[in-house]
Design a binder for this molecule. Structure first.
Ligand SMILES: Cc1ncc(COP(=O)(O)O)c(C=O)c1O
Length: 327
Protein backbone atom coordinates (compact mmCIF):
# COMPACT_ATOMS: atom_id res chain seq x y z
CA UNK A 1 0.00 0.00 0.00
CA UNK A 2 1.33 3.47 -0.84
CA UNK A 3 1.62 6.24 1.73
CA UNK A 4 0.46 9.69 0.71
CA UNK A 5 4.06 10.82 0.27
CA UNK A 6 4.94 7.80 -1.85
CA UNK A 7 1.90 8.37 -4.03
CA UNK A 8 3.00 11.98 -4.49
CA UNK A 9 6.53 10.83 -5.45
CA UNK A 10 5.34 8.26 -7.96
CA UNK A 11 5.53 9.14 -11.63
CA UNK A 12 2.33 10.55 -13.06
CA UNK A 13 0.42 8.04 -15.16
CA UNK A 14 1.16 8.35 -18.83
CA UNK A 15 -1.58 8.98 -21.31
CA UNK A 16 -2.18 6.09 -23.69
CA UNK A 17 0.36 6.04 -26.50
CA UNK A 18 2.88 8.31 -24.76
CA UNK A 19 6.28 6.61 -24.92
CA UNK A 20 7.89 5.62 -21.67
CA UNK A 21 11.19 7.08 -20.55
CA UNK A 22 12.88 3.96 -19.09
CA UNK A 23 15.23 6.07 -16.98
CA UNK A 24 12.28 7.40 -15.00
CA UNK A 25 10.96 3.98 -13.96
CA UNK A 26 10.98 3.49 -10.23
CA UNK A 27 12.89 0.46 -9.00
CA UNK A 28 13.91 -0.89 -5.63
CA UNK A 29 17.68 -0.75 -5.53
CA UNK A 30 19.67 -1.74 -2.45
CA UNK A 31 16.76 -0.92 -0.15
CA UNK A 32 15.72 2.37 -1.75
CA UNK A 33 13.10 3.26 -4.31
CA UNK A 34 14.99 5.18 -6.97
CA UNK A 35 14.65 6.01 -10.66
CA UNK A 36 16.22 3.38 -12.87
CA UNK A 37 18.76 5.96 -14.01
CA UNK A 38 20.18 6.04 -10.46
CA UNK A 39 20.41 2.26 -10.01
CA UNK A 40 24.02 1.66 -11.05
CA UNK A 41 26.74 -0.73 -9.91
CA UNK A 42 30.51 -0.28 -10.00
CA UNK A 43 32.44 -2.28 -12.59
CA UNK A 44 34.38 -4.03 -9.80
CA UNK A 45 31.14 -5.54 -8.53
CA UNK A 46 31.51 -9.33 -8.30
CA UNK A 47 28.29 -9.92 -10.22
CA UNK A 48 29.51 -7.77 -13.08
CA UNK A 49 32.93 -9.44 -13.21
CA UNK A 50 31.80 -13.04 -12.76
CA UNK A 51 28.11 -13.13 -13.61
CA UNK A 52 27.18 -14.05 -10.04
CA UNK A 53 23.56 -13.01 -9.99
CA UNK A 54 20.19 -14.72 -10.01
CA UNK A 55 16.97 -13.36 -11.40
CA UNK A 56 13.31 -13.99 -12.05
CA UNK A 57 10.96 -12.58 -14.63
CA UNK A 58 7.42 -11.82 -13.50
CA UNK A 59 4.58 -10.53 -15.63
CA UNK A 60 1.71 -8.29 -14.63
CA UNK A 61 -1.38 -8.01 -16.83
CA UNK A 62 -3.57 -4.94 -17.15
CA UNK A 63 -7.33 -5.56 -17.08
CA UNK A 64 -9.07 -2.62 -18.72
CA UNK A 65 -12.60 -3.57 -17.63
CA UNK A 66 -11.60 -3.89 -14.01
CA UNK A 67 -9.04 -1.04 -14.18
CA UNK A 68 -6.70 -3.37 -12.33
CA UNK A 69 -3.19 -4.69 -12.82
CA UNK A 70 -2.75 -8.37 -11.94
CA UNK A 71 0.73 -9.66 -11.04
CA UNK A 72 1.10 -13.31 -11.98
CA UNK A 73 2.29 -15.97 -9.54
CA UNK A 74 4.54 -13.61 -7.60
CA UNK A 75 5.04 -15.84 -4.51
CA UNK A 76 5.98 -18.76 -6.79
CA UNK A 77 8.65 -16.64 -8.46
CA UNK A 78 9.92 -15.36 -5.12
CA UNK A 79 10.14 -18.91 -3.80
CA UNK A 80 12.22 -19.85 -6.81
CA UNK A 81 14.54 -16.87 -6.55
CA UNK A 82 15.16 -17.73 -2.90
CA UNK A 83 16.10 -21.24 -4.01
CA UNK A 84 18.44 -19.78 -6.60
CA UNK A 85 19.99 -17.67 -3.84
CA UNK A 86 20.66 -20.83 -1.83
CA UNK A 87 22.56 -22.28 -4.75
CA UNK A 88 24.65 -19.11 -4.94
CA UNK A 89 25.37 -19.12 -1.18
CA UNK A 90 23.34 -15.97 -0.60
CA UNK A 91 21.89 -16.09 2.89
CA UNK A 92 19.52 -13.85 4.89
CA UNK A 93 17.34 -13.38 1.86
CA UNK A 94 14.01 -11.67 2.70
CA UNK A 95 10.92 -13.84 3.05
CA UNK A 96 8.64 -14.70 0.14
CA UNK A 97 6.02 -12.38 1.64
CA UNK A 98 8.40 -9.46 1.86
CA UNK A 99 9.71 -9.93 -1.65
CA UNK A 100 6.17 -10.25 -2.95
CA UNK A 101 5.09 -7.05 -1.21
CA UNK A 102 8.10 -5.21 -2.59
CA UNK A 103 7.34 -6.34 -6.13
CA UNK A 104 3.75 -5.18 -5.78
CA UNK A 105 4.85 -1.87 -4.29
CA UNK A 106 7.19 -1.08 -7.14
CA UNK A 107 4.43 -1.85 -9.64
CA UNK A 108 2.19 0.51 -7.66
CA UNK A 109 4.80 3.23 -7.58
CA UNK A 110 5.13 3.11 -11.35
CA UNK A 111 1.36 3.39 -11.72
CA UNK A 112 1.37 1.04 -14.67
CA UNK A 113 -1.89 0.88 -16.56
CA UNK A 114 -0.54 -1.56 -19.12
CA UNK A 115 1.07 -4.97 -19.13
CA UNK A 116 4.32 -4.86 -17.17
CA UNK A 117 7.31 -7.04 -16.43
CA UNK A 118 9.19 -7.35 -13.15
CA UNK A 119 12.78 -8.48 -12.99
CA UNK A 120 13.96 -9.04 -9.41
CA UNK A 121 17.62 -9.90 -9.15
CA UNK A 122 19.98 -10.76 -6.32
CA UNK A 123 23.58 -10.14 -7.19
CA UNK A 124 26.95 -10.45 -5.47
CA UNK A 125 27.55 -6.83 -4.63
CA UNK A 126 31.03 -7.04 -3.06
CA UNK A 127 33.77 -5.38 -5.03
CA UNK A 128 36.15 -8.29 -5.03
CA UNK A 129 38.47 -10.22 -7.30
CA UNK A 130 38.14 -14.02 -7.17
CA UNK A 131 35.51 -16.43 -8.41
CA UNK A 132 34.58 -17.85 -5.00
CA UNK A 133 30.94 -17.51 -4.04
CA UNK A 134 31.26 -17.47 -0.25
CA UNK A 135 32.07 -14.56 2.04
CA UNK A 136 30.53 -12.02 -0.33
CA UNK A 137 27.67 -9.60 0.19
CA UNK A 138 24.64 -9.54 -2.01
CA UNK A 139 21.96 -7.00 -2.81
CA UNK A 140 18.49 -7.02 -4.24
CA UNK A 141 17.41 -5.15 -7.32
CA UNK A 142 13.78 -4.89 -8.46
CA UNK A 143 13.76 -3.14 -11.81
CA UNK A 144 10.70 -3.35 -13.94
CA UNK A 145 8.95 -1.91 -16.92
CA UNK A 146 5.98 -2.17 -19.18
CA UNK A 147 5.94 -4.84 -21.84
CA UNK A 148 5.11 -4.24 -25.40
CA UNK A 149 3.75 -7.68 -26.19
CA UNK A 150 7.02 -9.53 -25.92
CA UNK A 151 5.79 -12.55 -27.75
CA UNK A 152 3.09 -15.12 -27.87
CA UNK A 153 -0.57 -14.28 -27.41
CA UNK A 154 -2.03 -11.60 -29.62
CA UNK A 155 1.09 -11.59 -31.74
CA UNK A 156 0.05 -13.15 -34.97
CA UNK A 157 3.43 -12.63 -36.53
CA UNK A 158 3.65 -14.42 -39.82
CA UNK A 159 7.31 -15.21 -39.56
CA UNK A 160 9.42 -16.89 -42.12
CA UNK A 161 8.17 -20.22 -40.90
CA UNK A 162 4.62 -19.31 -40.04
CA UNK A 163 3.32 -18.45 -36.61
CA UNK A 164 5.59 -17.75 -33.71
CA UNK A 165 7.07 -20.83 -32.21
CA UNK A 166 8.13 -22.57 -35.36
CA UNK A 167 10.97 -24.53 -33.91
CA UNK A 168 13.92 -26.46 -35.07
CA UNK A 169 15.65 -29.08 -32.97
CA UNK A 170 19.24 -28.17 -32.34
CA UNK A 171 21.80 -30.78 -31.54
CA UNK A 172 22.93 -28.78 -28.56
CA UNK A 173 23.06 -30.89 -25.42
CA UNK A 174 23.47 -29.90 -21.81
CA UNK A 175 26.67 -31.87 -21.35
CA UNK A 176 25.66 -32.89 -17.89
CA UNK A 177 25.47 -29.34 -16.58
CA UNK A 178 23.08 -28.78 -13.73
CA UNK A 179 20.40 -26.46 -15.08
CA UNK A 180 20.20 -24.64 -11.81
CA UNK A 181 23.88 -23.84 -11.81
CA UNK A 182 24.68 -23.11 -15.41
CA UNK A 183 22.32 -21.50 -17.88
CA UNK A 184 22.96 -21.08 -21.53
CA UNK A 185 21.13 -17.84 -21.88
CA UNK A 186 20.54 -17.01 -25.46
CA UNK A 187 22.99 -19.45 -27.00
CA UNK A 188 20.49 -21.93 -28.36
CA UNK A 189 18.05 -19.13 -29.24
CA UNK A 190 20.78 -17.28 -31.10
CA UNK A 191 21.79 -20.39 -33.02
CA UNK A 192 18.19 -21.02 -34.00
CA UNK A 193 17.62 -17.42 -35.10
CA UNK A 194 20.86 -17.30 -37.08
CA UNK A 195 19.73 -20.45 -38.85
CA UNK A 196 16.41 -18.85 -39.78
CA UNK A 197 14.14 -20.25 -37.08
CA UNK A 198 12.09 -18.55 -34.40
CA UNK A 199 13.03 -20.79 -31.51
CA UNK A 200 15.35 -23.62 -30.56
CA UNK A 201 14.41 -27.03 -29.30
CA UNK A 202 17.03 -28.07 -26.80
CA UNK A 203 17.78 -31.76 -26.32
CA UNK A 204 18.89 -33.53 -23.18
CA UNK A 205 22.25 -35.29 -22.96
CA UNK A 206 20.69 -38.50 -24.22
CA UNK A 207 19.02 -36.81 -27.18
CA UNK A 208 15.50 -36.49 -25.88
CA UNK A 209 13.35 -33.38 -26.03
CA UNK A 210 14.10 -31.12 -23.11
CA UNK A 211 12.71 -27.60 -23.63
CA UNK A 212 13.07 -24.39 -25.62
CA UNK A 213 15.68 -21.73 -24.98
CA UNK A 214 13.56 -20.22 -22.18
CA UNK A 215 10.39 -22.29 -22.37
CA UNK A 216 9.03 -25.66 -21.45
CA UNK A 217 7.29 -27.72 -24.08
CA UNK A 218 4.02 -29.61 -24.32
CA UNK A 219 3.17 -32.08 -27.08
CA UNK A 220 -0.40 -33.13 -27.85
CA UNK A 221 -1.05 -36.62 -29.18
CA UNK A 222 -4.50 -38.17 -29.44
CA UNK A 223 -6.00 -35.60 -27.09
CA UNK A 224 -3.41 -36.20 -24.35
CA UNK A 225 -0.77 -33.67 -23.32
CA UNK A 226 2.79 -34.88 -22.86
CA UNK A 227 5.66 -32.91 -21.34
CA UNK A 228 9.25 -33.92 -20.49
CA UNK A 229 9.94 -34.93 -16.90
CA UNK A 230 12.08 -33.00 -14.43
CA UNK A 231 14.78 -35.63 -15.09
CA UNK A 232 14.94 -34.56 -18.75
CA UNK A 233 17.09 -31.56 -17.86
CA UNK A 234 14.31 -29.01 -17.83
CA UNK A 235 13.87 -25.89 -15.78
CA UNK A 236 10.78 -26.54 -13.70
CA UNK A 237 8.71 -23.75 -15.16
CA UNK A 238 6.06 -21.94 -13.18
CA UNK A 239 4.01 -21.63 -16.36
CA UNK A 240 4.45 -25.37 -17.00
CA UNK A 241 2.91 -26.12 -13.61
CA UNK A 242 0.10 -23.68 -14.37
CA UNK A 243 -0.65 -25.30 -17.71
CA UNK A 244 -0.88 -28.68 -16.03
CA UNK A 245 -3.45 -27.19 -13.66
CA UNK A 246 -5.45 -25.67 -16.53
CA UNK A 247 -5.31 -28.89 -18.56
CA UNK A 248 -6.64 -30.92 -15.63
CA UNK A 249 -9.39 -28.35 -15.10
CA UNK A 250 -10.39 -28.59 -18.77
CA UNK A 251 -10.40 -32.39 -18.57
CA UNK A 252 -7.21 -33.20 -20.50
CA UNK A 253 -4.83 -35.86 -19.23
CA UNK A 254 -1.21 -34.72 -18.85
CA UNK A 255 1.60 -37.27 -18.90
CA UNK A 256 5.12 -36.32 -17.76
CA UNK A 257 7.45 -38.57 -19.69
CA UNK A 258 10.57 -38.65 -21.81
CA UNK A 259 9.77 -37.53 -25.37
CA UNK A 260 11.64 -38.49 -28.55
CA UNK A 261 12.54 -35.78 -30.98
CA UNK A 262 10.82 -37.67 -33.80
CA UNK A 263 7.55 -37.58 -31.85
CA UNK A 264 7.35 -33.91 -32.65
CA UNK A 265 7.21 -34.77 -36.34
CA UNK A 266 4.05 -36.82 -35.83
CA UNK A 267 2.44 -34.85 -32.99
CA UNK A 268 -1.02 -33.35 -33.46
CA UNK A 269 -0.07 -30.11 -31.70
CA UNK A 270 2.75 -28.67 -29.59
CA UNK A 271 3.38 -25.44 -27.75
CA UNK A 272 5.98 -23.73 -25.62
CA UNK A 273 5.22 -22.27 -22.21
CA UNK A 274 7.10 -19.71 -20.14
CA UNK A 275 6.81 -16.33 -18.49
CA UNK A 276 8.20 -14.66 -21.60
CA UNK A 277 6.70 -16.98 -24.22
CA UNK A 278 3.39 -17.34 -22.37
CA UNK A 279 1.73 -19.96 -24.62
CA UNK A 280 3.47 -20.09 -28.00
CA UNK A 281 2.12 -22.62 -30.49
CA UNK A 282 4.68 -24.54 -32.50
CA UNK A 283 3.56 -24.97 -36.08
CA UNK A 284 6.71 -26.25 -37.74
CA UNK A 285 9.69 -28.32 -36.61
CA UNK A 286 12.79 -29.08 -38.65
CA UNK A 287 11.03 -27.77 -41.75
CA UNK A 288 8.12 -30.16 -41.27
CA UNK A 289 4.65 -28.80 -40.51
CA UNK A 290 3.65 -29.79 -37.02
CA UNK A 291 0.17 -31.30 -37.05
CA UNK A 292 -1.90 -29.33 -39.53
CA UNK A 293 0.64 -26.51 -39.57
CA UNK A 294 -1.70 -24.09 -37.81
CA UNK A 295 -2.55 -23.57 -34.15
CA UNK A 296 -4.40 -26.67 -32.94
CA UNK A 297 -7.74 -26.67 -31.08
CA UNK A 298 -6.41 -27.92 -27.74
CA UNK A 299 -3.57 -25.39 -27.78
CA UNK A 300 -6.03 -22.63 -28.63
CA UNK A 301 -8.40 -23.65 -25.85
CA UNK A 302 -5.65 -23.77 -23.22
CA UNK A 303 -4.22 -20.48 -24.45
CA UNK A 304 -7.58 -18.70 -24.23
CA UNK A 305 -8.13 -20.02 -20.74
CA UNK A 306 -4.62 -18.98 -19.71
CA UNK A 307 -5.12 -15.39 -20.84
CA UNK A 308 -8.47 -15.13 -19.10
CA UNK A 309 -6.86 -16.37 -15.91
CA UNK A 310 -3.82 -14.08 -15.97
CA UNK A 311 -6.02 -11.04 -16.54
CA UNK A 312 -7.97 -11.89 -13.42
CA UNK A 313 -11.17 -12.96 -15.18
CA UNK A 314 -11.50 -16.44 -13.69
CA UNK A 315 -12.37 -16.41 -9.97
CA UNK A 316 -11.50 -20.12 -9.50
CA UNK A 317 -7.95 -19.24 -10.54
CA UNK A 318 -7.79 -16.09 -8.45
CA UNK A 319 -4.92 -17.65 -6.49
CA UNK A 320 -2.66 -17.16 -9.52
CA UNK A 321 -2.80 -13.38 -9.46
CA UNK A 322 -2.22 -10.54 -7.02
CA UNK A 323 -4.19 -7.34 -7.67
CA UNK A 324 -1.67 -4.48 -7.61
CA UNK A 325 -3.98 -1.57 -6.84
CA UNK A 326 -6.25 -1.33 -3.78
CA UNK A 327 -9.86 -2.05 -4.76
C1 LIG B 1 15.44 -22.74 -19.68
C2 LIG B 1 14.07 -22.34 -19.29
N1 LIG B 1 13.07 -23.24 -19.34
C3 LIG B 1 11.81 -22.90 -19.01
C4 LIG B 1 11.50 -21.62 -18.62
C5 LIG B 1 10.06 -21.27 -18.28
O1 LIG B 1 9.94 -21.04 -16.90
P1 LIG B 1 8.75 -20.15 -16.33
O2 LIG B 1 7.49 -20.74 -16.82
O3 LIG B 1 8.89 -20.28 -14.85
O4 LIG B 1 8.97 -18.76 -16.82
C6 LIG B 1 12.50 -20.65 -18.54
C7 LIG B 1 12.19 -19.27 -18.11
O5 LIG B 1 13.02 -18.39 -18.16
C8 LIG B 1 13.82 -21.02 -18.88
O6 LIG B 1 14.82 -20.13 -18.84
Amino acid sequence: MLTEKQAADAPAPRAAGVPLDPASLVCLFEGHYVPLAAANVNIMTHAFMYGTAVFEGIRAYWNEEQQQLFALKVPEHMTRIRNSCKVMLMTDVPSVDQLTNEAIEVLQRNRFREDAYVRPSFYKSSRAIGVKLHGLEHRLLHPRGPVRRLRGHDRRRQGRHGLLGAARATRRSRRGQDRRLVREPGISKTEANLNGFDEALVLSDDGHVSEGSAENIFVVRDGVLHTPTVADDILEGITRAGIMEIAADLGYAVVERTIDRSELYIADEAFFTGTGAQISPIVEVDRRPLGTGVVGPITARIKDRYFDIVRGRVPEFGHWVTPVYPR
